[in-house]
Write a protein that binds this ligand. Structure first.
Ligand SMILES: *Cc1c(COP(=O)(O)O)cnc(C)c1O
Length: 400
């Protein structure tokens, strides 16, 4: 696909930008003019097209990935005192939804190369949690969009008869051993936040093949009222509804779904373009001792979603630390970010569970060295060159 020329030339290159074009605008205008602006026909179409795209039986549109994860845990029946196993190398959302139920997020350290959950350590933790009788679910996160070792994770989960709920906020579209992410675990949660691979401004999607959980999540996404509650204002609708459970207000609007319908058509092209940027970055950074680029494991059967491009600094070969490296890039007009500050060192988790930084040494160690570089379809080849030049310049200027 062709990149669209960005407005700024020598100014600051933002870390992330959405690519909203005529198709999105046209689809949104159509919705605005239709008179139906909240959950309705466009949301239904977005769900149907998304389900078809990944090959899942059900797709339920919601207003965030956080909502998706919350509904998934509700559907499988997480309750107070349960343990849900996940990674500390993730965003706030993955663990906070576990706390919504007064359940405990149990962290398992990461593989320092892929930054996905370490499956050997996962097995030990799962055994321990299961023995205590509190194991309820496993929530792997496909870090940066690279699929976790799902065969091993599912095998461990099946042994203890607990579901696997995937946080696939980064992994759309991504493929694992020939299957699309969204059809692998028991329930999968996607994000359409402004910076994610496709966006609806704010939004999310849940996929599952389980009819019962799908029903429950759909009902709970809109006040716990009986199925297809949104239809009560259509011609075929009916004023009558029943509250089955105290649910939530997590429905996606048709305005957002309109953006999603247009974005979905470009999802593969967007991913291809990000993969091309990643390949160019890797080529440039593989040559220098100061940086370890991410692995480029793009095989025909397993493909990276390339949401994030995360370099690791080899601090022993540099005279500056990660924070200074980021400042130097900023001074050269390059926006960056850090994914993630591990959850266990945040005050809430540190103080609630008494975690020390070294409790998850791989996550903590890698955290000192990581920088996420810009990688999005709105970047021009010239923008990519600017990032490469700036990184190489800082790395050589501060070579130890
Ligand atoms: C962005 C993100 C989320 C939350 O997505 P929202 O749609 O903003 O709720 C969850 N998990 C991870 C790993 C994320 O990066």
């Amino acid at each position: 696909m062709k990149a669209i020329k960005t407005l700024q030339i020598d100014e600051h290159l933002p870390f992330a930008l959405p690519l909203i074009e005529e198709e999105e605008i046209k689809e949104v205008l159509d919705t605005l003019k239709s008179g139906w602006i909240t959950t309705g026909p466009k949301t239904k179409r977005f769900e149907a097209e998304f389900a078809k795209f990944v090959g899942a039986r059900h797709a339920i549109a919601v207003n965030s990935c956080t909502a998706a994860l919350h509904l998934a845990l509700e559907a499988i029946g997480v309750s107070e005192g349960d343990e849900v196993i996940t990674t500390p190398m993730t965003f706030a959302a993955t663990a906070e939804v576990i706390r919504y139920f007064k359940a405990r997020p149990v962290f398992v350290d990461i593989d320092p190369v892929t930054m996905n959950i370490d499956v050997e350590k996962l097995e030990e933790t799962v055994e321990r949690s299961a023995k205590g009788g509190r194991l309820k679910a496993i929530v792997p996160v496909h870090f940066a969009g690279y699929p976790c070792d799902m065969d091993s994770i599912i095998e461990i989960a099946r042994k203890h008869n607990v579901p696997v709920i995937e946080d696939a906020a980064h992994a759309f579209p991504a493929r694992y051993k020939g299957r699309m992410v969204g059809t692998i675990g028991d329930i999968t949660a996607f994000s359409f936040y402004a910076t994610k691979n496709i966006t609806t401004g704010e939004g999310g999607m849940i996929t599952t093949d389980n009819d019962e959980w799908a029903d429950r999540m759909r009902i709970m996404s809109l006040h716990g009222i009986s199925r297809d509650a949104w239809k009560r204002y259509t011609a075929e609708g009916n004023w009558f509804y029943e509250i089955l459970s105290p649910g939530y207000k997590y429905n996606l609007t048709d305005i957002a779904a309109a953006i999603g319908l247009a974005q979905l058509k470009k999802a593969h092209a967007f991913r291809e373009y990000r993969a091309e940027i990643a390949a160019r970055y890797n080529e440039a950074f593989e040559r220098i001792a100061q940086i370890t680029p991410p692995i480029l494991k793009d095989e025909p059967e397993t493909s990276h979603g390339w949401h994030l491009y995360v370099i690791k600094l080899n601090l022993e070969n540099l005279s500056i630390d990660r924070n200074r490296f980021i400042e130097e890039l900023r001074a050269r007009g390059i926006g960056t970010s850090v994914h993630f500050i591990p959850l266990h060192i945040h005050p809430y988790y540190r103080d609630t569970y008494g975690y020390r930084p070294e409790d998850f040494p791989a996550a903590y160690g890698v955290f000192q060295r990581i920088i996420s570089l810009p990688m999005y379809p709105k970047m021009t080849p010239g923008d990519v060159d600017r990032v490469i030049d700036a990184v190489l310049d800082v790395a050589s200027l501060f070579k130890a």
